[in-house]
Design a protein around this ligand. Sequence first.
Ligand code: FE2
Length: 250
Amino acid sequence: MSQGATRREVLLQALTGYALVRTLLWQDALAGPVKQEAQAWLSRTHQLCADVRDRKLAPREWQRQVEALFHRVPLSELLRAIDADRLKPGLELPDDRAGAMPAPLPRIEGLPRVFGTKLFGLAQGRAVVPHGHQNMVSMHVVLAGEFHLRHFERVESQPEHLVLRPSIDRVSGPGDLSSISDPHDNVHWLVATKGPAYTFDLIVDRLDPALGFAWRLDYVDVDGAEPLAGGLLRARRIEFEEALRRYGKT
Ligand SMILES: [Fe+2]
């Protein structure tokens, strides 16, 4: 217990355990305008995700707006909102891939929650292996460490291959954002160049209920891709196990 703990804090910890107390204190600790800003940010997150799920907002527009929204949120606020310090010790960092666990944002009363949120953690040299996505959007904030971040446009889906156009290739550090959707920056690949490295992921799936599945991932062998005219790449579809063998650990 820190010296500055209030009686209420002491009482709450005794009654409810540490995790819940942290959430309550986060909500309590935000005074006046700061609290209002956090509430507005969380409400807006709920709204944008509901709109893309309800098809009132195009996936690409969701990417723009949710990235703009999270750009304005100080990283310290996001870390506090998901209680990252409490989550991190419980997240295993596997030797051959990224580790992941749920990282709930505080609920906003009266707004339906149609999104998922996760904390991803990677030991140095491990990767979120190259993969495309179907029927979902997601946004990723680097919380700690450093990544070599690459994205590709999915130009064409073939039975055994994806035709890709490189779209993003940069070093991505704390506070940097990226996102995917079916139409834009669909394939991504994140190598943890300085670890341990963490991202916060915001995900909405089942965008088209008619497809009959919530979401799908398509793993691809980007390094072994055949170069095509115009800077395109023809990358072989591979199984998850092969993706891990080739890309999970460098
Ligand atoms: Fe992904």
